[in-house]
Write a protein that binds this ligand. Structure first.
Ligand SMILES: [Zn+2]
Ligand SMILES: [Zn+2]
Length: 241
């Protein structure tokens, strides 16, 4: 059963996309909103909560999120997180004689296990998977939402892959084939348009096309990158429901 607390953010992401110019993948919009909330939360009041600190010390942070937190104007909260985190890492990696061998094998193993998790990514993935379930529930039960879905400009390729996979798992065969047809129609139309825009972009480098207008080609290169790779920090390839 979908958790209805996610209905509003899901609806917002699907409503926002057509008004954006250029439009964005609604799932990337969800991820961005989740990401911003998490960063704000972790550098805000949550930073002082002991149970949050235990979790952040345990899971650590990925490179992207460390850099993102460092770029914010929250130097003291971030430094306090680092102070505790460094102390914990020192304890885990260096303070136990059990982790020492003359060839460094044990430390290497420990370091690689620590590298695999991120507190922020874990929380985002958890909420995101709930939102995706909610999206399928809305698509099945809410006709207005179904129209919104069909009006999407595109889904980035990683999220297109994700909705095929999780849609097949969450919808019955008949519903899924309808859903898949709708999603595929959107995607096919967009990749054709995008391809034409990039071709026009290339043509504009030829002096014979100097006086021609750009049409939609000007931002077609950056739109292609977003379409092909999805949003920043996107881990939808590892995403599981
Ligand atoms: Zn996306
Ligand atoms: Zn992360």
């Amino acid at each position: 059963m979908a958790e209805t607390i996610y209905t509003i953010p899901v609806n917002e992401s699907f409503s926002a996309a057509p008004e954006h110019n250029p439009a964005e993948c609604p799932f990337c919009l969800m991820k961005k909103a989740l990401n911003n909330n998490e960063i704000e939360r972790i550098l805000g009041a949550a930073m002082m909560e002991p149970d949050v600190r235990i979790e952040t010390n345990k899971l650590g942070f990925c490179k992207n999120h460390l850099n993102e937190m460092a770029s914010k104007d929250k130097k003291l909260p971030f430094a306090l997180i680092l102070e505790s985190h460094l102390a914990e890492k020192k304890k885990e990696i260096f303070d136990s004689s059990k982790l020492f061998d003359s060839q460094g094998n044990k430390q290497e193993k420990k370091l690689s296990s620590l590298r695999e998790s991120c507190y922020v990514c874990t929380r985002i993935e958890y909420s995101f998977s709930k939102m995706v379930s909610n999206m399928f529930w809305l698509w099945e039960t809410d006709d207005e939402f179904k129209v919104k879905f069909q009006n999407q400009k595109y889904f980035c390729l990683p999220h297109y892959e994700m909705i095929i996979k999780s849609g097949r798992e969450q919808l019955n065969k008949k519903s899924f084939s309808e859903f898949y047809k709708q999603a595929e129609t959107i995607e096919k139309k967009y990749i054709e348009e995008l391809g034409n825009d990039v071709s026009w972009f290339c043509k504009k480098f030829d002096y014979r096309y100097d006086s021609e207008p750009w049409y939609n080609a000007k931002d077609s290169v950056s739109r292609s990158v977003t379409f092909l790779s999805g949003g920043i920090n996107d881990k939808s390839k590892d995403f599981k429901i």
